[in-house]
Design a protein around this ligand. Structure first.
Ligand code: SF4
Ligand code: SF4
Length: 188
């Protein structure tokens, strides 16, 4: 009955390829992306596993990806691309998966705060038009994840060459706090 599907690319991996031009099959699972990702330890599926799951072409894995917390945690910092021997654009894949997850109503409850921020952030950009996008998103995600309960966590991450945008973020902490306040107000 499913003969017509044999030997065809299908499912998420095919859609990813069509939309983003990223070929999941090129990943050979060296694991360098996961080793370098600053938020991998918080993820339910580290980036190399995301690529592996796409390769399987299994509907149950597609489902897990769309319902994962990982896609909402990715900071788009591009550390993975810079380390990947195949230059696989994982953040682009994550972005695609976020959109698909939303479209299909599969956003996990575990990422509720982050998703709410994505929405209010967009609203806030429209209003102020001058936000440091990446730093701000990172700030919020960190806050949400309680990774930044204490700012002393930051210097170590900077030293490791991760999260190069943190200094900017720390410098602007006051501003960020105000923006959060405004953002939350705007949302309510
Ligand atoms: S670094 Fe590239 S090739 Fe290696 S596991 Fe990650 S995506 Fe795959
Ligand atoms: S872009 Fe996303 S997946 Fe890649 S290293 Fe950064 S946070 Fe991790």
């Amino acid at each position: 009955m499913n003969n017509h599907l044999h030997h065809e690319e299908r499912g998420l991996a095919a859609d990813v390829k069509q939309t983003t031009s990223v070929a999941a099959e090129k990943c050979y699972q060296c694991g360098k992306c996961s080793a370098g990702c600053p938020v991998a330890s918080e993820m339910d599926l580290p980036p190399s596993l995301v690529m592996r799951m796409l390769q399987t072409n299994r509907p149950e894995n597609d489902e897990k990806l769309l319902r994962s917390k990982t896609i909402w945690l990715c900071l788009s910092c591009e550390m993975c691309i810079s380390r990947c021997p195949m230059s696989i654009d994982i953040p682009k894949v994550m972005d695609f998966l976020r959109r698909r997850s939303r479209d299909e109503g599969k956003v996990t409850d575990r990422a509720k705060d982050i998703v709410a921020f994505h929405d209010s952030f967009l609203l806030s950009v429209e209003k102020t038009g001058k936000l440091y996008e990446l730093g701000l998103i990172a700030a919020y995600k960190m806050k949400t994840l309680h990774l930044m309960q204490d700012v002393t966590v930051a210097p170590e991450m900077i030293q490791k060459g991760k999260l190069h945008f943190i200094p900017e973020m720390v410098k602007n902490r006051k501003n960020i706090a105000q923006i959060f306040k405004k953002t939350i107000k705007a949302k309510n």
